[in-house]
Design a protein around this ligand. Structure first.
Ligand code: ZN
Length: 353
């Protein structure tokens, strides 16, 4: 499907842990009593790799549906807690999100049912089959896939089941409200999982932590994005742009900043933009160099710009991904305004109230 598949460093941690679990568990969920230790560990490792291939198929299930709705998948990453598909956006159409969220668990359930079914069928024809390592491996993979499918359907947003729940709410209320309800349910489940985790399984505790963080994070970011999508940069930017010349010294700039109270300025020579200089840039200048160093020495030349008809949500995304505090607004090569993170947050506060 043209999707890059990546492996996160934490995945290397999980591989031996799972292999060890399979190697120390007795039949029918492990290979501890199957033969020599080389055979036991070999089969355990092979089963672990096959298991993560199944996790990958689960993710590809989500991706396949997403692609059919025209959503770009940046990549799929295998990591500590399984797989993560990072996509450009999540469909706002509830029926699309429903199908996309359900596709993953469906793949896991189908794999599980087919494998278990296969084992039952073959062992009814070949009586000795159920004492072979193939039977054992297929049994382990089948069972885990069924558990994986069912577990992901728990309505703990942002897990798959939680996304299904959001699409259910979104048919009845606004997308922001629906996300908020789903996130609240998700946090409740995270709390339950954590309680269960403390008394039974530390793994569950870890998942609970990620579910809780994920729910809060996505609840917040959805409110921000949806609210900001309704506005253009032109609506909220400052049109009055205070700029500084490249030959200004750092000493002069620090006084200038103190008087004008902005922490970043475009650097202009006549009408042409040379760069942008911020408080962070001057902080790196040593005290005795402040009179000699010029703005042009410390400024960032690669300026991130957007046009005034881009949405405020795009501005927010660009600021967050580049970790910058302000964006210069350029229309047809001319500076039209400036939008700082503070402006954006102030507008957002007014919009959400
Ligand atoms: Zn999934």
């Amino acid at each position: 499907m043209g999707i890059p598949i990546k492996i996160h460093i934490t995945f290397l941690l999980i591989l031996p842990i799972f292999a060890l679990v399979f190697a120390t568990n007795p039949q029918p969920y492990g290979f501890a009593d199957i033969g020599s230790s080389a055979v036991t560990y070999g089969l355990s490792l092979l089963t672990t790799i096959m298991l993560f291939a199944c996790v990958l198929l689960h993710e590809l299930g989500h991706s396949y549906i997403a692609k059919s709705y025209g959503i770009e998948i940046r990549d799929i990453t295998l990591m500590l807690l399984g797989g993560v598909s990072s996509m450009e956006e999540i469909p706002r159409e509830p029926s699309q999100e429903l199908k996309m969220a359900f596709a993953g668990p469906l793949v896991s359930l189908i794999i599980g049912i087919v494998l278990i079914g296969l084992n039952i069928a073959v062992s009814s024809f070949v009586p000795t089959y159920s004492s072979t390592w193939i039977y054992l491996m297929v049994n382990i993979l089948g069972s885990i896939n069924i558990i994986l499918g069912l577990f992901n359907l728990i309505p703990a947003f942002p897990m798959d089941g939680g996304r299904i729940l959001r699409s259910f709410f979104a048919q009845r209320t606004s997308y922001i409200q629906a996300t908020h309800y789903a996130a609240t349910v998700g946090k409740m489940f995270a709390f339950l999982m954590a309680l269960l985790g403390v008394v039974s399984n530390l793994w569950l505790l870890l998942i609970a932590f990620f579910v809780y963080m994920g729910a809060s994070e996505e609840d917040k970011s959805t409110t921000v994005t949806v609210s900001l999508e309704r506005y253009k940069i032109a609506d909220i930017m400052s049109e009055e742009v205070i700029s500084v010349p490249p030959e200004m010294t750092i000493e002069e700039l620090s006084h200038f900043m103190f008087e004008n109270k902005h922490l970043g300025y475009p650097v202009m020579e006549g009408n042409s933009l040379k760069g942008i200089v911020t408080f962070t840039d001057i902080r790196n200048v040593l005290p005795h160099e402040r009179y000699a160093a010029l703005v042009s020495d410390v400024m960032t030349q690669d300026v991130v710009t957007l046009s005034s008809d881009a949405t405020a949500a795009e501005a927010f995304k660009v600021m967050t991904t580049n970790n910058i505090g302000r964006i210069l607004v350029m229309d047809n090569g001319n500076v039209a305004g400036i939008l700082s993170r503070t402006d954006l947050m102030r507008s957002l506060m007014l919009l959400t109230e």
